[in-house]
Write a protein that binds this ligand. Sequence first.
Ligand code: FE2
Ligand code: FE2
Length: 298
Amino acid sequence: MEKLSRHEKAQHLIKGITNLPTIPEITTRVAALLDNPDVELEEVADMILTDQVMASRVIKIVNSPLFKPMHEINSLKRALIYLGFRRIREIALTCSIIKAFEGKKGAFDIRVFWQHSFGVGIVSKIIAQRVRYPEIEKAYICGIVHDIGEVFLSNYLENEFQKIIDLISGTSHCFVDAEALMLGTTHCELGLCLAQKWNFPQEYCDVIEHHHAPENATLDPMLVAIVNLADLFCSVRQLDYGGREWVSFNLAEEKSWEILQSFSPNLSGLDVERFCFELDERVPEILDLVESIFEGLH
Ligand SMILES: [Fe+2]
Ligand SMILES: [Fe+2]
């Protein structure tokens, strides 16, 4: 009952915003083009080139530490060959999401927010590889979009959101609880409403809705658990966007770890502390990636 009302409240808040960002048509067109098995690389390149910002972001992303090409790639066509069609769809979507929220001043620094989002994306990817989740790229993109509800709050309900930030600042409370208390809904339900509005795939919606309660995931609990763990990890490793002073986190005691173990029994032999250390080592790389995406574009 409570869940239903949170969802209704989120719908109501979103309906009240008339200038809600849209996912540009180009993304849907690129995605549709890539659905066609006979599509030619030229066609995809030409379409992406109609949006210069997207074209330059694709090139920045392909040269980022995440994809690590041997030599710098500076043409869009070579970037597309290097990345492959599946990744292009995901990158196009990522670029569009960033673009959709650009140019608006919100309650928090959007760059810090994307640092968190990309951090969660990259850590999700690493965890996905480790637990042998079959769709690594999906884990990456879901990590990036998991908190889109927060951007909505920061940009469109700035005053209310500032109060929430002030409330939890210096405490160990998290956004979800404070949001539920102050707004009667949270960034999870708000994000879900946005994702549905933008026709995101069902699995993405599932992650956005349940990333703070992976045990409630219905469609792909493994994917939701991966993003939940990545989110927790980033929250305690300077890849958070403010609020909490400290959060304790023991990966082995998390519910999502239990979920992952039920799908991937070989995890019980994993040295959790060492794994966290491995993830720690990737933090500078994550910060570099965000820099490379935003560099020169503002
Ligand atoms: Fe969240
Ligand atoms: Fe998050």
